[in-house]
Ligand binder design. Sequence first.
Ligand code: ATP
Ligand code: MG
Length: 234
Amino acid sequence: MDPSESALGGVETSDLHYGIANRTLLKSVDLSVGAGRSVAITGPSGCGKSTLLGLLAGLLKPTRGTVRIAGEDITSLAPGRRAALRLRSIGMIYQFGELLPELSPLENTALPALLAGVAREEAYARGTDLLEGLGVKNVLGTDTGALSGGERQRVAVARALIGQPQVVLADEPTGALDGKASTAVADLLFSLPARYGCALVVVTHNPQVAARADQVLTMADGRLAPADSAGVPR
Ligand SMILES: Nc1ncnc2c1ncn2[C@@H]1O[C@H](COP(=O)(O)OP(=O)(O)OP(=O)(O)O)[C@@H](O)[C@H]1O
Ligand SMILES: [Mg+2]
């Protein structure tokens, strides 16, 4: 592919295939989300949405095809450089939070910034602001293990955003939230592309969340197709 075609600052896949345990989960997925743009991905449980995000983040290796993050092919990098690119450029909100129970909620939030070399005071200040903006300032005094599902999810959102990444990947970021909290998380996520020029990919079963993206795609039979916000192919 001509490198000049790559979505500068965003994420782009080309002919992405992924197979596991004799199943071909993804077949020739071409996804392009440019800087400042958002895409929602819907599709039935088990169709491969989390797998796709794992590939976009360089956590899984495709059977075939490439993933470019800000123009750089993450699939061909050595593990150390891949991890460095992920830390620098990608904010991942995992489907089940994946917080570290040994760390406090604020330490969990600040961790990517600390690993990237941001001073402790600055990282904690940014983390506190993010948690406050997400309506969970109360978690500052709670053990991570004692958080509710919705609090956990919002700490995971804050952790993904702390480094102002160029690519934000969110896996069911509102799955554990009630209407009000879900709207607050969606408000924050969908404000990011315009505010920071990042690319946003949101996997969601929630049509109200999907409707806020610039484009909605649905996954079926290992491929992505344009859809309405309820996930019905157009
Ligand atoms: N390591 C693995 N070994 C075998 N099968 C796997 C592995 N990882 C994922 N799968 C299977 O691949 C399929 C896709 O999983 P994935 O988690 O991507 O689905 P999903 O679309 O995110 O589903 P959900 O909406 O329930 O989160 C599932 O059937 C899952 O069981
Ligand atoms: Mg999933």
